[in-house]
Design a protein around this ligand. Sequence first.
Ligand code: NAI
Length: 301
Amino acid sequence: LCRGVSTSAVRNVVIKNVTIIGGGQMGAGIAQVAAATGHRVTLVDTEDDVLKKAKGIEGSLKRVVKKKFADNPQAGEEFIQKVLQNVSTSTDSVSAAQSSDLVLEAIVENLKVKQDIFGQLDKVAPEHTIFASNTSSLPITDIASATNRLDRFGGLHFFNPVPMMKLVEVIATSATSKETFDSLLDFSRVLGKTPVSCKDTPGFIVNRLLVPCLAEAVRLYERGHGSKEDIDIAMKLGAGYPMGPFELADFVGLDTIKFILDGWSEKYPSNPLFAPIDLLNKLVAEGKLGKKTGEGFYKHK
Ligand code: NAI
């Protein structure tokens, strides 16, 4: 049998039990949406504190319920309790993975760390279990290479904030089976999201177009060809963007944008769209990372 392909793989998996590794911004959001759509979710993090905070899912659910159950607060409260009952938390990924149909990883954006966890879980997860990563910028193929289930490995790339954003990019590597890919598409739809199919290429669809656009906006400003404010106004009123590129960069985090660009420029040094940007590097070095630190391209209250 060649590496990564097993005979038991050729079947569609209906995903009911989900293990989410990483209870940060993305993991907690995905857990909330999966629980709200009737899945049994185990949220795993190495930090107990993070898991306690992930109980903040309740606060987020309250906001959803306020709108959805405006006429019936009692039913809203019952919905919240039902959703919360679907979520358990754990610091033990090995035991969580043993009873899941899908292991979805949303931990730190580091190839080695992601490979380590999947390599470990590959040995204990059931044959049918699908593995997926929420990575923004790492090749799914590289992450999957740490396992022997290349046919049952794909990408599920969500957007922040997960409960609000409708899109999921579903990524197939050259080894992902059709059954696995279909299961991931179905799962995304059951979550109430709209999936799009992507190949395992840098940035998939959204970031491959968005990150160079943000980078070009910074370069245009750096050359003195427009003010930040004017570039933002121009793209909002002229291109119908809901946020201008500098507003969006501050929202996403300048460190995240730099991290993605640096990774790509190292891998594709001849692509000028990925080239390093002095101003971006300077702001990050000064700790001006955007909204989360109170200042990026703009000052935030
Ligand atoms: P985050 O920093 O909020 O959360 C990561 C969590 O993973 C932390 O709570 C950390 O304690 C935990 N963790 C780290 N190593 C672990 C391990 N070995 N086992 C269990 N837990 C571990 O990060 P965030 O923003 O949620 O991003 C997670 C992933 O999602 C990254 O791969 C990122 O590229 C991707 N992503 C992020 C988006 C964003 O807008 N923040 C959007 C789409 C994807």
